[in-house]
Design a protein around this ligand. Structure first.
Ligand SMILES: Nc1ncnc2c1ncn2[C@@H]1O[C@H](COP(=O)(O)OP(=O)(O)O)[C@@H](O)[C@H]1O
Ligand SMILES: [Mg+2]
Length: 434
């Protein structure tokens, strides 16, 4: 692989054990495009060296004297948002992973990592970091960006638009709301705030899943779709204990009739100007509103369960995606309630549908998911031991989704050139817009 932007990928190793630092150096020494520029023995020293070297990548231990890896990660990412931090830890404890991710870590590897795994993660993240630097400083050619994306002062003045992530399944009851609520919380941080939108305007469940109540709803924003500024938006959103803000659906199903697809689109686009992540939960039916949400989405997280009725609908959905001219990279296909006992594996699904399963969430047979819904406490904030396998799946999913969204366009699967279409001439699937 060619070196990133003609420069070597600079790496800082932070670990209190000399042998580990040495082993990592050895693993990386024969890679022509990677250079270990410094090594630190404590979290504090790591923060200082990160400022000094502004490395592309930091390999960070968790348990260290004076300042642990998670606090160090938190400080470094505040200072240098494009430096990518990979946490290396002996335990793959979901609690650690969650805290590391919230502090701003980009990936998590179990110690000791294999050479291949370490090298490919470093390369992937270095490229993602460079893209992020280029995005933060538009108009500046990316080859002018130094390691670690140096032009920070310029970047700080620029507020990029957030990502819209829509969770959808063409069959009800497969776990969309469970995923959307937990995903929003996992993506949310002080620096990169998330908003969760209940796009199931008639029978949305988000308020129940998060135990929220509010006199305000989607209706208040839809009515003012042409004049949505920060103040209007924030007066309608409800704050959840996780820090995520939530837009609730119509309080009664018949009121949802008043909201049209153009308004839904305007509301979601206004939210992306205020938040780093807009996570939208949707109902199973394909209404004009749902199609409008798809149109503005950066990613559609498409959910299936390993059963024939759900897979049948997913097949139809993929056909539709083709008709709508959505590129392959727009969907992020997820298998929920993965369970060997039903006789259908992720590999079987990939083989049959010719689409990659990007992430899997195992079937929870300990009752943790159901309990979390009934108590209104999201899994990622509840009894972690009980929910461990599902949490692991959710964390892995959030991580992959994040890195896919940060991945350079150039790496996307090349789509064969299609006849150019004028805007607004995509095939209509349903009646005229309201
Ligand atoms: N991984 C899982 N393991 C076990 N049960 C799950 C899992 N994911 C979701 N469920 C269950 O599936 C049901 C439907 O979930 P929900 O999020 O409401 O789906 P949807 O929004 O797609 O209708 C819930 O009762 C929930 O407990
Ligand atoms: Mg739902």
């Amino acid at each position: 692989m060619p070196p990133v932007s003609g420069q070597k990928i600079s790496v800082l190793v932070v670990d209190d054990i000399a042998e580990t630092r040495e082993n990592i150096r050895k693993l990386l020494q024969f890679e022509p495009d990677i250079e270990v520029v410094a090594a630190a023995r404590t979290g504090k020293e790591g923060v200082t060296l990160a400022k000094q070297h502004r490395p592309d990548i930091i390999l960070m231990d968790i348990n260290m004297p004076d300042m642990d890896g998670i606090s160090a990660t938190d400080q470094i990412t505040k200072d240098s948002p494009v430096t990518q931090i990979i946490i290396l830890s002996v335990q793959s404890d979901p609690d650690y992973m969650r805290r590391a991710m919230r502090a701003g870590a980009s990936d998590f590897l179990t110690k000791p990592p294999s050479g291949d795994e370490l090298i490919s993660t470093i390369r992937k993240l270095a490229e993602a970091g460079r893209q992020k630097a280029a995005q933060l400083a538009p108009g500046m050619p990316s080859q002018m960006m130094g390691p670690g994306g140096r032009p920070i002062p310029y970047a700080a003045a620029f507020k990029p638009e957030g990502r819209i992530i829509t969770v959808y399944s063409p069959k009800g009851g497969v776990g969309c709301t469970m995923l959307a609520t937990n995903l929003a919380i996992l993506l949310h941080s002080e620096e990169n705030k998330a908003v969760l939108v209940d796009g199931n305007l008639q029978f949305g469940d988000v308020a129940v899943f998060l135990n929220l109540q509010s006199p305000h709803s989607f209706i208040d924003l839809a009515e003012r779709a042409q004049e949505l500024d920060s103040e209007v938006i924030n007066s309608v959103l409800v704050l959840h204990g996780s820090g995520v803000r939530v837009l609730l659906p119509a309080p009664r199903p018949e009121l949802a009739e008043e909201i049209n697809a153009a308004q839904v689109k305007a509301v979601i686009e206004a939210l992306r100007r205020e938040f780093a992540y807009v996570v939208v939960d949707t109902p199973a039916g394909l209404t004009d509103s749902v199609l409008a949400i798809f149109d503005v989405s950066d990613k559609i997280v498409l959910l299936t369960t390993p059963d024939i009725p759900s897979l049948k609908n997913v097949r139809l959905f993929f056909e539709l995606m083709d008709q709508l001219d959505y590129g392959e990279e727009k969907t992020f296909f997820v298998l929920n309630r993965a369970d060997k006992r039903g006789g259908i594996s992720a590999a079987d699904i990939e083989e049959s549908l010719k689409h990659t399963v990007a992430a899997q969430i195992p079937l929870d047979d300990r009752g943790a998911v159901l309990l979390s819904i009934n108590q209104g406490v999201p899994l990622v904030m509840g009894d972690r031991a009980k929910a461990a396998p599902v949490l692991q799946g959710l964390l892995d999913l959030a991580q992959k989704l994040k890195s896919q969204m940060e991945a350079p366009e150039a790496e996307a699967v090349p789509v064969p050139a299609k006849e150019e279409k004028k805007p607004g001439t995509r095939p209509r699937l349903f009646g005229a817009p309201k």
